[in-house]
Design a protein around this ligand. Sequence first.
Ligand SMILES: *Cc1c(COP(=O)(O)O)cnc(C)c1O
Length: 420
Amino acid sequence: MEQETKCVQSGYTPGNGEPRVLPISMSTTFKYDSTEDVGDLFDLKKEGFFYTRLSNPTVAAVEAKINDLEGGVGAMMTSSGQAATLIAITNLAQAGDHIISASEVYGGTVNLLAVTLKKFGIETTFADINNERELSAAIKDNTKLIFAETIANPAVTVTDIEKAARVAHEHKIPLLIDNTFATPVICRPFDFGADIVVYSTSKYLDGHAVALGGMIVDGGRFNYAASGKFPGLTEPDESYHGISYTQTFGSAAFITKARVQLMRDLGSAPSPMNAFLLNLGLETLHLRMPAHSENALEVARLLKSSKAVKSVRYPALYGDKSYDLCRKYCKGIGSGVISFELESREKAVKFMDGLRLAAVVVHVADARTCVLHPASSTHRQLTNEQLAAAGITEGTIRLSVGIESKVDIMKDIERGLSNL
Ligand SMILES: *Cc1c(COP(=O)(O)O)cnc(C)c1O
């Protein structure tokens, strides 16, 4: 099936007389006739639902849909994007290990890596992801993965996924990609060599800013056994009757371990209600992404033509430093997010105060146009150095262009600019 059809139909196929629309299985547990049945489920001998922390029919349907859209071997939904990143990384790295992250990533991810994972004993080096030499030089013997965002939040730089995958694979480690801004409608990172994809589904996949969620998708092609660097996946798991995930689950080793070990122990499970809402959002993803992008391109052009604007970053805008990468990896579609710079923090505030349609909210990537000043919100906890590395200045504004009428959005941006 084509991506458009998968957005609408994948993941749930009702049987005769069953609900046409995905039902919400609001139940923590599931009934079985015998203790033997339950035992087999616990031993992973049989597939089925027994406790919603591990899996649930509504959640499983949306996992299957996103897995299908992405072309993976399995997916797991989490309670938030942060939980997806945390579980994906700790499924590969533990205390004493090292990872590499693109320096231009979401502020919450910078905090997770630089502060919290450091306390867990996992060290992160932040590197310029598209600089092959810098990336290679950052790799150490204990490096377990390379992490980057397809379209970085908020710098909107596009990652050269093939190059990053090549560096990772030369060193026998996987490439983990956060595809939140691109979505599978714009880019499928597995097609370019990425090994694992994570999402904050709270953004475009949901699309209406109603339900927090995350997703981990396993591409299934990385050979952990041949790498020899991942005992957690290849050696017996004491907490699971001594099974080896690679031996028992083959290409689905990564995603199985993420669920049966880390979701079991960390418990950041999504609500079935949120899975239902996410599925509803996904049904229009293929219509929304081109609409966001079309509006955003017009706005980016307008901003570029204004003397009050120091610089504009939008990957689908001709002349942008990521323009070629956007064509290669994102079909020339840029999503709704634009990053631009005014001369000062004061100017940024003035511009934002002039807007009436675009609301100032701590969110991006939903149907409504919204605007944010990263230096005083999402990236507030970052030092000036970290801000600079993330491509943010005091005058940077992140604009998330919605799917309202282009005419009204353009009028609003003009109002903001005339306030300067
Ligand atoms: C928002 C976001 C996250 C975090 O997701 P939550 O659902 O808010 O926990 C991670 N990565 C990117 C790129 C994001 O935009």
